[in-house]
Ligand binder design. Sequence first.
Ligand SMILES: *[C@@H]1O[C@H](CO)[C@@H](O)[C@H](O)[C@H]1NC(C)=O
Ligand SMILES: *[C@@H]1O[C@H](CO)[C@@H](O)[C@H](O)[C@H]1NC(C)=O
Ligand SMILES: *[C@@H]1O[C@H](CO)[C@@H](O)[C@H](O)[C@H]1NC(C)=O
Length: 180
Amino acid sequence: MISCYKAPSAMICHFTALLCLAIVATSDTSAIKIHPIPECVQNNQNVTLNVLGIDGAIRLFTWYKGTEPNSDNQILNYLPSANPPFTKGAQYFTDVIAQPNGSLVITNLKKSYEGNYTVQIQTASINQAIWDLKLEETCGSFFSAGVIAGIVIAVLTAIGAIVFLSFYLHKKFNNREMNI
Ligand SMILES: *[C@@H]1O[C@H](CO)[C@@H](O)[C@H](O)[C@H]1NC(C)=O
Ligand SMILES: *[C@@H]1O[C@H](CO)[C@@H](O)[C@H](O)[C@H]1NC(C)=O
Ligand SMILES: *[C@@H]1O[C@H](CO)[C@@H](O)[C@H](O)[C@H]1NC(C)=O
């Protein structure tokens, strides 16, 4: 059991708690993540692997194919201070465009472009995020025509049941009253 009310251990205890909080806070703010736009992608479409949560100015970022950030997997490197800022890596292909904000646009999507994409972004610290890109056959919204029809039928059935039940109960109640 950890308690904080006995000096001088209290000070160490409080300090430790503060340190833990600080570590949690730092790891929270430094976390970046990839959010694709649009979320559902199909063959021949474009997708932006948007990087969210970048803290501070970008010094350098690198996109890799796969989950291992090594030079064999490098798609491209982007150094904002260089001219031109981007250099091609071993896994570069012509359908990728790096955005100055760290995002990667992939155009003319094909089945062969599926798989993991890893980005490493260097600001004051180095952060990494991975996205497993998958092409979908259909991108119908959850409320597709079939689902809407289903919901309408279910609602009508429920209303019908309620009307029937209240009618039946009402009748039964009235009958009971008459019998008294
Ligand atoms: C994909 O991006 C390319 C290059 O920016 C553009 O020419 C093309 O029209 C886009 N395609 C779609 C389906 O949005
Ligand atoms: C980064 O740039 C792309 C392309 O201009 C844009 O769609 C995206 O919203 C930007 N992302 C952020 C986090 O600003
Ligand atoms: C992407 O990486 C995850 C985690 O390592 C793995 O489970 C998944 O199979 C990978 N996806 C592909 C398409 O290789």
